[in-house]
Design a protein around this ligand. Structure first.
Ligand code: AMP
Length: 326
């Protein structure tokens, strides 16, 4: 735990009476939960400060967590502290106006690609940015206040980014901090219902997808969800993107990839793996993320096929050089 960085962030927060909180595009539970959780903690603790959450996009499946705030003026930003959470690179920040802020704090748990904050706290071994916000609260709980609402946001992101507390980064500390959030009265059953109940169209895509998964020579599993498929099943881009999880437990496939075609013709790539590192492969295509969960974008089928071939090679090498994988 980097107490020096945490203390430096608390000092910055104390010093500003205007604060704006930002996150990455295409937000997941961790991006939304960590930013909303921190906003609530800071609003409760410092009611005299003006604290807002301003981003330019949202995710349907997280609407149960509520709205964000109206955008502030340029002048407001110029006098504000900007806190960017869960975002490794500037180009992934949802709201480009973050750059107007007088100073920037970066809080993140992704593999660091780029430094953009005047004060930074990055711990890539953390299972989520929400875990970091929970740790921040725990470290300064004599000063900081929390509520059931704040804890609900934070707990939600801890659940989603850790694959329901299954991934390698989950530690004893993760569970202790999750416990601290539950102690605030979080209704975990309700959160799980919101996150994991499926509508019929998603199930139909899943049924189709399960019989259309392709495999490379060395066992990389992949799905290509074209615009035509999205139209056929009346699916949003976001629901189609969930297809990556259909391949997450195929014994021989330690790497699995979903390619989801966007309206502009580009193809979102979601890379997942067990034991093998795929973040470097994502970085080769301008993306990034974590060792076993990363994202990128490709712009043609040719580029997609090249990425698949490279993933295949990676998996082949892993299997050749490692024993004991499933
Ligand atoms: P996703 O497949 O979008 O859920 O992404 C998996 C992980 O990789 C998340 O932690 C994302 O924040 C990160 N990620 C996704 N796309 C990118 C990108 N283009 N650049 C950097 N990180 C990314």
């Amino acid at each position: 735990m980097n107490l020096t960085a945490m203390q430096a962030i608390l000092d910055k927060i104390r010093a500003y009476d205007k604060i704006v909180i930002f996150r990455h595009k295409l937000p997941d539970g961790d991006a939304v939960g960590s930013t909303k959780g921190l906003r609530e903690i800071l609003r409760l603790t410092y009611p005299e400060k003006e604290i807002y959450l301003n981003n330019c996009d949202s995710s349907e499946y997280l609407t149960f967590l509520g709205d964000e705030d109206e955008p502030q003026t340029d002048e407001f930003y110029a006098n504000a502290l900007g806190i960017v959470i869960d975002t490794a690179t500037v180009k992934r920040i949802s709201n480009p106006r973050y750059a107007l802020c007088r100073e920037i704090v970066k809080i993140d748990h992704h593999i660091p690609i780029e430094s953009y904050g005047t004060t930074e706290w990055v711990e890539e071994e953390r299972s989520s940015s929400c875990e970091m916000i929970a740790a921040f609260y725990a470290a300064f709980r004599d000063e900081l206040k929390i509520s059931r609402e704040a804890a609900t946001y934070i707990y939600t992101g801890m659940v989603t980014d850790s694959g329901r507390f299954r991934y390698r980064e989950v530690s004893g500390e993760t569970m202790r901090l999750a416990g601290l959030m539950l102690d605030q009265g979080v209704d975990a059953d309700r959160i799980y219902a919101h996150l994991y109940m499926k509508d019929a169209s998603s199930l139909q895509l899943q049924a189709w997808a399960l019989s259309h998964i392709k495999f490379t020579k060395n066992g990389v599993a992949y799905l290509h969800i074209t615009r035509a498929m999205q139209e056929k099943f009346a699916l949003s881009f976001e629901s189609a993107s969930a297809a990556v999880s259909y391949m997450d437990s195929i014994k021989d496939s330690l790497i699995w990839l979903a390619f989801i075609e966007a309206a502009d013709g580009s193809i979102r790539v979601r890379l997942r793996s067990r034991f093998v590192t795929v973040s470097e492969l994502a970085e080769c295509y301008g993306g990034g993320g974590h060792a076993c969960a990363a994202g990128a974008t490709v712009n043609s089928r040719k580029e997609m096929n090249r990425l698949i071939a490279e993933a295949d090679q990676l998996l082949g090498e892993y299997k050749e050089n490692n024993e004991g994988w499933l």
